[in-house]
Design a protein around this ligand. Structure first.
Ligand code: EPZ
Length: 429
């Protein structure tokens, strides 16, 4: 159990290099097992979620060769089971991408049912709807999802809900399904496009990723290749909020500015200066944020994964701000923690938070409820004079590579230390 100890109130400045996109990497790592050749994946983020998924892939028998921290070679030829056990799905929901990948590869897959989590119930009914449409027999029993198909055939699928996970999982399952599969009402996030581009680099025939309709013409088999993952849109957005909240001046390198458009627009609206270059953006801010309204939407709208970070910025805003979370039903658990710092935030129902901005907060000891909430608490602590402690940082390290090191390089006073024995939370309280 580790914690961040932050001495906040400093303006952060300098350069930060953004890592590969976690939410693209998870779909790509799962897709890599479909072919029986070596697939080399570069710009892999070295974060707990991807490392755990690689453990799950090795556990079913694939060759997983860690070339270096950010490069892995995978060969699915030696996979000897289609059963992904509970440990892995309990640690990381996205292990469920192995359902689609194993269904495509072997016509058979059994993966533990993912539970809900701290941001909502997160059902997978749309994933299963897609598998069934492709001809798979799908049952859920004893806490497992079992999908089986002697022959996957093309289908015309209309998703009831725009879902990143379902879009990726169905795309994985359909890559070798005979005929042309059409999936409508799909997610359009940058990581959807990256997974489609990756699969096409292995010989798949996928068109339309990034639009509302994806068309997949099934191919006989996939072949090996090398592929480099896109930069992480949400890590970049998080560091843009760090710069704005600490009234700093930060150059973010290895980004795709187009992926950041909704975040950039919101930061400019609240008074930050954002300059875009080919593969970098610079964020400067010398003033207290203007109040604003943030409404989370599917891409290209404002990302739900940036909602907590924006709240940590707007808690210092001039006036009343509104956060309308339209994607998940329980994504305000960080509010109780920010209130410990003096934030004036009221959650009304499950989808609206009203923020009365304060000029200064007070340092506090905070508990991280989930990944992006942890990033938000860190932002608030960096912007607040005094010694704050952020506990349960393993949530943060699921999705941010070397978060404390990157912040220290920008001048932050942040140390990662073990939680003192007497201060360890009773997880079963
Ligand atoms: C992905 O989760 C991301 N995770 C999430 O990021 C992100 O918040 C989310 O997409 C939205 O962008 C990964 O990519 C690993 P959804 P996912 O399916 O796929 C409902 C992070 O911080 N839904 O797009 O689970 C669902 O309940 C994480 O990196 C169904 O009803 O999200 C939600 O309300 C947190 N049925 C909405 O759709 C389904 O079958 C969007 O969920 C699937 C989803």
């Amino acid at each position: 159990m580790e914690q961040y100890v932050i001495s906040g109130g400093k303006s952060l400045a300098g350069e930060v290099t953004i890592s590969g996109a976690k939410n693209a990497a998870l779909g790509i790592l799962a897709g890599a097992i479909i072919c029986d050749d070596f697939v080399t994946i570069e710009n892999l983020p070295d974060v707990n979620d991807t490392n755990i998924l690689l453990e799950a892939i090795a556990a079913i028998g694939a060759v997983v060769d860690r070339v270096d921290r950010h490069t892995v070679r995978i060969n699915g030829a030696t996979i000897h089971t289609e059963m992904v056990d509970y440990d892995y799905i309990q640690k990381i929901r996205a292990s469920y991408y192995l359902l689609g990948a194993l269904l495509a590869k072997r016509g058979n897959a059994t993966v533990a049912m993912p539970g809900g989590c701290d941001i909502g119930s997160r059902p997978i009914d749309q994933h299963l709807k897609g598998f069934r449409a492709l001809g798979a027999k799908v049952t859920t029993e004893n806490g497992f999802v079992h999908a089986q198909a002697d022959h996957l055939r093309a289908s015309h699928i209309f998703l009831d809900v725009v879902s990143v996970g379902a879009t990726i999982n169905i795309m994985l399952a359909a890559v070798m399904a005979e005929g042309q599969t059409i999936i409508e009402n799909v997610a359009k996030e940058p990581h959807i496009v990256d997974v489609a581009n990756f699969l096409n680099s292995l010989g798949a025939n996928i068109k339309g990723a990034g639009t509302d309709v994806i068309r997949i013409r099934g191919v006989q088999k996939l072949h090996g290749n090398s592929y480099s993952i896109i930069p992480d849109q949400i890590e970049a957005g998080t560091f843009m909020c760090v710069a704005a909240a600490t009234k700093g001046d930060v150059l973010l390198k290895n980004v795709i500015p187009k992926h950041l458009e909704a975040i950039t627009a919101k930061l400019v609206e609240i008074g930050a200066e954002v300059n875009e270059y080919d593969d970098s953006v610079r964020v400067c801010c010398s003033r207290r944020p203007h109040a604003s309204t943030v409404k989370t939407r599917v891409y290209p709208g404002f990302p739900t994964d940036m909602q907590p970070q924006m709240a940590a910025l707007l808690m210092f805003g001039e006036g009343t701000s509104y956060i309308n979370e339209t994607i998940f039903e329980n994504r305000f658990k960080y509010v109780a923690e920010l209130r410990k710092m003096g934030a004036n935030i009221k959650v009304e129902g499950s989808q609206m938070a009203v923020i009365e901005g304060i000029e200064k907060a007070t340092a506090a000891t905070l508990d991280t409820p989930d990944l992006r909430a942890g990033a938000a608490l860190t932002i608030a602590a960096l912007a607040t004079e005094g010694r704050s402690v952020i506990r349960d940082i393993e949530y943060i390290e699921r999705g941010y590579e070397n978060f404390d090191e990157k912040l220290r390089a920008l001048g932050a006073s942040i140390e990662k230390t073990p939680v003192p024995a007497g201060r360890r939370k009773n997880k079963f309280a």
